[in-house]
Design a protein around this ligand. Structure first.
Ligand code: HEC
Ligand code: HEC
Ligand code: HEC
Ligand code: HEC
Ligand code: HEC
Ligand code: HEC
Ligand code: HEC
Ligand code: HEC
Ligand code: HEC
Ligand code: HEC
Length: 473
């Protein structure tokens, strides 16, 4: 007999209480609807209990502000009982000043545009190029024009060649210093050094950072320790005033100190003046040298009175019609005057002239041209450029590992002081360019933004307990 399949029989197979039995899926649902919220509540309770507010934040704070991670209200001021998502400049200014860029700056830029927060432990100073180029890609100062390049898009796009290397009114850029120095000659090996044959000078024998003690290998401590009638700052061409200074005190290792005769030249270039003396004249203005000579010769003749009898030099006075007497007897004063004149002849026309331009009453002193002994010559101001790129903050210390000639390659071949040895923008761009294989090339790396000379001192308001348990979001 065939099995009869009625619907009733079939229905009896179904367990009508199936929904009451637990299944893995149901267990998961139960967990999700009760246990998870309970855990979340416990977590929030714990955060409230520990006063940890990072959960509401959109990202970790920068290194400098990490201590404010619990204190949203320090930057997000409250309005009508609610925290503002935007930060107010006034909140930032309560802790530190951010002085203006240029008094001619045309629009106000909020602090938070450049100093972006909640991006993790990033460098807060790393303003993007766009922050700067919003003005600098089409720069107009108050009068509608700018004193500076006005279409800079990036360091490798539209950034001008540095001012020191640009031709001005058609003339090529030069070094306006007057101390004669043939770099090429001094960088070859020199046959006679002060303490033996064959010396090879290095850049560092003459050039050291301002904060480092000068190298004395070719110096002379006697000259270094002597005081001079001229002041070291008289030698410098000063920096234009509108330059933005660095915020932090300079380390003194950014720039190279001006080269000094006393520390870099004195032991090879002696200022000797007369065979009776080993020492040299002071390295000073001609008036001081003159007084020194007079006093030296006066002391000498007092100690050696017999020398007032002068045997003439056979090479001199040949053209004179009346031959001078075989031996002249001078008064001590005459003797001192003649010896001083001889010494000065040597110094002004040869020794000093090797390194300096000298002039008498506006006329340049030259070896062959006679000048009146009555007037002393004037030494041209050294005109050493104190800072070549004042609108940037170049730092030699940050480039310490690179040879000097990788940037100043012209120093090996230059023969004239007027030659400019500065690297141009192309040299910098070999390293400072976009991309992971290069050094930083955003504007903030090389330029100051704030004019720290205009900074206001802050009266601090935050106390330590309030910082640690601050107002939350
Ligand atoms: C040192 C100052 C500072 C502190 C402290 C701070 N923030 Fe911010 N926050 C900012 C800045 C700057 C912005 C960028 C928005 C703007 O002002 O333009 C910002 C933006 C935000 C935003 C908007 C989203 C975004 O990323 O733009 C939120 C949300 C936020 N902050 C939450 C918090 C919370 C929560 C806290 C406390 C845990 C906190 N912030 C503490 C400076 C701060
Ligand atoms: C509660 C005080 C406080 C507030 C508010 C505050 N800062 Fe700071 N800020 C600090 C401290 C502390 C440092 C670390 C010391 C320093 O470099 O001055 C710092 C450092 C900085 C630095 C230098 C970072 C570095 O790496 O050298 C910048 C830029 C800065 N803050 C910008 C801001 C901006 C923009 C705001 C407003 C959105 C702000 N700060 C709000 C206390 C504060
Ligand atoms: C257009 C971009 C820009 C704006 C707007 C701006 N900054 Fe800066 N800020 C920079 C740059 C770039 C630096 C690094 C170079 C320098 O020191 O000038 C800097 C440096 C700082 C520093 C010094 C950090 C250090 O340790 O040297 C502080 C503090 C600071 N800014 C605060 C502020 C405050 C406060 C405001 C708003 C009133 C503000 N900044 C507005 C770009 C900006
Ligand atoms: C709000 C507009 C504005 C922004 C933003 C701005 N600048 Fe300027 N910048 C100016 C003005 C205006 C001058 C002065 C022009 C003049 O005197 O002819 C100037 C001058 C300069 C100079 C040349 C003079 C000097 O100070 O040495 C440099 C370099 C410079 N800015 C760098 C920057 C950098 C870097 C940034 C970004 C962090 C920046 N600027 C952002 C408006 C701006
Ligand atoms: C014997 C000492 C001496 C040595 C060695 C020497 N210099 Fe100089 N240097 C000077 C003097 C003096 C000046 C200033 C006169 C001038 O501008 O030529 C100067 C000026 C400079 C200047 C700035 C002036 C300009 O025109 O750009 C640079 C850069 C420079 N030297 C680089 C070097 C480098 C790099 C070396 C090594 C390859 C070097 N120097 C070796 C004495 C020296
Ligand atoms: C190691 C020894 C040494 C040192 C240090 C040295 N010189 Fe010389 N200098 C020489 C020699 C050698 C000559 C070539 C012979 C001569 O004319 O005396 C020379 C020549 C010169 C000349 C003439 C160059 C020419 O083209 O005819 C000048 C100018 C000069 N030196 C300047 C300086 C200055 C400035 C310093 C210090 C910054 C300096 N020297 C340091 C050894 C030195
Ligand atoms: C070997 C090269 C050399 C010789 C030789 C030399 N000087 Fe100098 N002189 C220098 C250098 C380098 C400086 C700049 C730095 C310093 O030493 O003060 C200088 C600076 C000066 C200054 C200061 C210039 C200013 O701008 O204020 C005077 C003055 C001076 N020398 C006088 C003399 C006299 C006078 C003689 C000869 C007796 C002489 N010098 C010989 C290299 C020389
Ligand atoms: C690798 C370093 C470096 C970077 C990056 C850099 N600059 Fe410069 N910038 C310099 C130097 C060096 C000078 C020459 C300063 C001088 O002549 O006193 C200069 C000069 C300037 C000047 C003055 C130009 C003039 O007319 O003489 C302006 C404006 C300027 N930079 C803006 C910018 C801007 C905007 C950025 C970013 C887009 C930027 N710089 C990036 C190094 C840099
Ligand atoms: C990465 C390139 C670079 C290297 C490497 C470098 N310089 Fe410079 N040097 C410069 C720049 C840029 C300046 C102009 C800085 C300024 O005055 O604003 C300069 C300036 C100078 C000056 C003139 C005085 C001054 O500081 O302004 C002397 C001298 C000098 N350098 C010597 C040296 C010597 C010596 C070395 C090796 C120890 C060296 N440089 C290495 C780039 C370089
Ligand atoms: C051989 C590669 C090289 C060359 C060439 C070079 N730089 Fe740099 N520069 C660097 C490196 C590497 C750093 C350090 C970067 C860092 O620490 O983030 C640096 C840092 C700097 C800084 C930042 C200094 C500071 O205070 O932190 C400035 C400004 C700068 N360079 C300017 C220049 C200028 C201007 C030139 C061209 C005259 C130049 N550099 C050429 C490699 C180079």
């Amino acid at each position: 007999m065939a099995r009869t399949r009625t619907t009733k029989k079939l229905a009896q197979r179904i367990d009508l209480n199936y929904f009451k039995r637990p299944t893995p899926l149901k267990r998961a649902k139960l967990f999700l609807s009760i246990v998870a919220p309970a855990i979340a509540l416990a977590w929030i309770a714990w955060l409230v209990f520990t006063k940890d507010t990072r959960v509401y934040s959109s990202g970790r704070m920068s290194e400098a502000h990490a201590v404010l991670s619990n204190n949203c209200a320090a930057c997000h001021l409250q309005k009508a009982g609610l925290f503002e998502q935007k930060t107010a400049d006034s909140a930032c200014l309560a802790c530190h000043d951010g002085p203006i860029h240029h008094h001619v700056a045309i629009k106000q830029v909020a602090c938070s545009e450049c100093h972006d927060e909640h991006r993790g432990r990033v460098n807060l100073l790393a303003a993007s190029n766009a922050n700067c180029t919003q003005c600098h890609s089409d720069l107009k100062a108050a009068g509608g024009t700018s004193n500076y390049a006005n279409a800079v898009a990036s360091f490798t796009g539209g950034h001008p060649e540095f001012a020191a290397l640009r031709a001005s009114s058609g003339a090529p850029p030069i070094d306006h210093g007057t101390i004669k120095l043939n770099h090429a000659l001094h960088m070859k090996s020199i046959r006679r050094g002060p303490r033996g044959p064959m010396v090879q000078l290095a850049c560092g024998n003459c050039h050291r950072p301002a904060a480092a003690p000068a190298d004395m290998t070719y110096g002379d401590a006697h000259y270094r320790d002597a005081s001079t009638s001229y002041h070291p700052s008289d030698e410098l061409l000063l920096v234009r005033a509108e330059t933005l200074p660095r915020r932090n005190a300079a380390s003194g290792r950014e720039l190279m100190a001006p080269v000094k005769f006393a520390t870099a030249c004195a032991s090879c270039h002696l200022l000797t003046f007369d065979k009776r003396f080993d020492e040299g004249v002071p390295h000073d203005k001609p008036q001081v040298v003159h007084q020194f000579l007079v006093s030296k010769f006066t002391q000498y003749i007092a100690a050696h009175p017999a020398e007032v009898r002068v045997v003439p030099d056979p090479n001199r006075d040949l053209a004179e019609k009346i031959p001078p007497p075989a031996v002249r007897v001078l008064s001590p004063a005459q003797w001192v005057a003649e010896r001083t004149a001889d010494a000065e002849q040597l110094l002004w026309r040869k020794t000093c002239l090797q390194c300096h331009a000298l002039s008498v009453a506006g006329n340049a002193v030259a070896p062959a041209v006679a000048t009146s002994a009555a007037t002393l010559p004037v030494v041209a101001p050294a005109n050493t450029t104190a800072q070549w790129m004042p609108h940037a903050k170049f730092d030699h210390q940050r480039h310490e590992g690179f040879t000097c000639t990788s940037c100043h390659e012209k120093a090996l071949t230059s023969t004239l002081t007027t030659d400019l040895l500065m690297p141009g923008i192309a040299t910098c761009q070999t390293c400072h360019a976009p991309g992971p294989d290069h050094a930083e090339s955003r504007c903030f790396e090389c330029h100051s933004y704030h004019d720290w000379s205009k900074r206001k001192e802050i009266s601090p308001t935050f106390t330590l307990p309030s910082l640690l348990h601050g107002t939350r979001w």
